[in-house]
Each structure stands twice: as C-alpha cells, then as structure tokens.
Design a protein around this ligand. Sequence first.
Ligand code: TYD
Ligand code: ZN
Length: 416
Amino acid sequence: MIEIIKDVERCRVCGDDNWFEIFSFGKVPLANGFLDPAPHYEDEPTYPADVVVCRQCWLMSLRQVVDPEALFGHYVYVSSNSDQINQHMRRVADWCTQKLGLVPGDRVVEMGSNIGTQLALFKERGMRVTGVDPARNLAQVANDNGIETVAEFFGPEVSGPIARSHGEAKLVLGRQCFAHIDDVHNILKGVDAVLAPDGGLVIEVPYLLDLLNETQFDTIYHEHLSYYSLGTLSTLLKAHGFRLVDVERADVHGGSIVIFATRTTDSRQPAAAVAALLDLEQKHGLSTELPYRQFAERTRQVIDAVGSLIRDLSGKGKRIAAYGAPSKGTHLLIACGLTSREIEFCIDTTPLKHGKVLPGSHIPVLSPEQGRQTPPDYYLLLAWNYAEEIIRKERSFLEGGGRFIVPIPEPRVCAG
Ligand code: TYD
Ligand code: ZN
C-alpha cells in the first residue's frame, strides 16, 4: 500500500515538540472516502487520528498528516448551496470590500476556491478574480463557469507567477481551507508573493473556542489538521510579517472566525474586537491544559450517549436514517460505532454522493427525494451546523410525527 500518512514530529506553527495527547479516535477511514456499494468492505484502509495540543503556542492539531493529494486531488465537498452559507459569503464579500476599499478592477486571489462561488460575488462587483484549488474536478467546474481557477495547491510557486502575469492582489482570501494545510509557512510565503503592499489577507477557520465549548468532536478528522484560536493564528501571522487588524465571529460550520490581517508595515489600527477576543480566549484558559482535557472528557460522554440513544431506539424497532452526509457525520457515526444495522440510509443534497455508501459505517447515501418516499421515525442530524435551516425546511416531516436527533453539544430529540 502507498504510504499516505506521516506522524508530525513538531508543531506546525511554532516548531516545538512539547505537546500532550488529549484524545485518540483509533484508526478510521478518510471521512470523504465514499465507497461504491459492495457485498463486503474488507480492504477499506484506515488511519490513526490522535488529537494533540502544543504547550508552546497552544495549537490543537492531529498528530497524523495524510498526503494532501490523496485528500484533495479529487474532492467531493462542494460549497453547500444553503441559504446560511450564501448569506455568509455575501457578508464576507461586503466585509472585505469595505475593509480594503476594493474598487472594480482590483484583483482578488482565493486559495481553496472550490467551484468559485465566493469569487463570483467579487466578480459581480467588478473585481478581477483568480482561484487556486487543488481539486481538479472542482477547478474544472469553476473554469467552465467563467471563474479563472488554477488547479494547484496554493504556495509561492503558484502565486508568484499569478502576481507577475495578472498583477498583485489587493485581497488574498482563504475560506475554510487554512485549517486543512500542513505547511502553513509555505502558504504564508505564497500570500507574501502575491499580496500588494497595502493589500489584506482574510482567513476563515472553524473557531477552536466554539469547537471546545460545544464538544464538536466530529469536526476532527484527517482533512482538518489544525484547530485554531485567534492567539495561535496571531503567533503564526507575526512570524511571517503579518498582523491582525480585525476579527469577526461567524455562525457557519459550527462557529468560525474570519480574520483580517495586513502586512506589519501597514498603518491601519487594529480594531477593538481583536484584543477583546484574545482576552476571551485567556478567560477560557486556552493557554492552559484544562479546557482541552475537559473537552476530551465530554467527547467520551457524548459518543457514549449518542451511541446508546440510537441503539436503544433501533432496539425498540424505530426506523432511523441520517440527515446529511458531511465528513463530520461519517466521523461521528464511526466514533459512536453506528452502522447500517441501526441507520437504514442517509440523505444528502450532493449528487456526487448519491449511490455511494459512507466510509466506515457503510450506510447508503440517497437523494432527499428518495428519502422522502420512505420517511424514517427519526433523522439523526449529521449536518447539525444547518440545524435551523433544515428543521425549517422539514416541517412536514415533523408534522407527520417524525423527529430529529441533534447529536451535539449533547444528544437531544426535536419533535414537531
Ligand atoms: P458541511 O457541513 O458543509 O461540510 P463538512 O463535510 O465539511 O462537514 O456539509 C453539509 C452536508 O449536508 C453536505 O454534504 C450537504 C448536506 N446538506 C443536505 O443534505 N441538506 C441540506 O439542507 C443542507 C443545508 C446540507
Ligand atoms: Zn506550537
């Protein structure tokens, strides 16, 4: 078998090796490794996933790194066409435009640009846009839709030539991809190679404080290598000649932060929100071992509670299906030891996932229309980050006596 995984020896942010392990998920398949249905799945590869925290810069990360080409060369995650995400993307476009005073003609470069949905919003406003995304299948879709996209991993070897051929960027953007990156130093060198002297860097990552407080253990899987606090991001940016100027919390992907940074030489004054959030992190003890250890303990409890609840209902003859097939859902089912024995099927809006089975639990993925033909008694809401939107959309399922089980921060049943 090809070696696609390596153990990290040193913290990717500060280079120290003084870390402690808080939790091990054991050996699990890759969360996006959807399979074709088969009578048996004996050869499904699994990889260790151990969570560690650095005592020097307090980066929480996975101890293992899977070869990014294996994870991202062909990617099934397509930016969700959800109201919540669409609104958020508009807000990000407004925020960046206003922070940087972007005008038509300015260049925007986005790393991890997926099918180009975010860049299209800048293009609409007259900016010139370039995307960079390693997923060849997604870059193709973006290019077909008129969003110029380079199918490569972002770094100076890609962004340098963009700067030379297209001009420097007024904005470099990275939404929900920064936490996937192992060599973060190379990424920031890439930003340095393309960002105009008065330009801005905007990065969006799932927020560590929300992850810890809400026991979002299922968001920890091989694609997500790092779990950032603002403090750790600040340390990293400083090491590359950037500094934080503003930050906003956003209610997407379970709670995220969008940070705005400039070169250290820029004269913009940091907004009060930066110091306030750094303060809040100190109040929560993010520079101590305690909140990480408490999170690990709650994770064990939630895994037990979700597993017991579903097995109990299934034992009583209830029909249970899963709602959404996000990567974190795959991971949650495996952690809770749930399979097609308890969960009949899973519905998801992503056509690429239909007809496949979930990695590890081998639950078949159907379209929502197929699911509607035989509604279960309970839907386990794996896409819990869209709970409000989904529950609103599924009123008739609830009114017909159906129920949702929302697994985190602790399992609860929602009736109509
Ligand atoms: P998401 O939480 O965006 O990503 P991740 O894989 O990083 O955890 O994934 C949400 C999944 O839920 C995605 O596969 C689409 C699906 N989904 C539905 O099936 N129905 C819906 O109404 C919504 C909003 C999402
Ligand atoms: Zn560190």
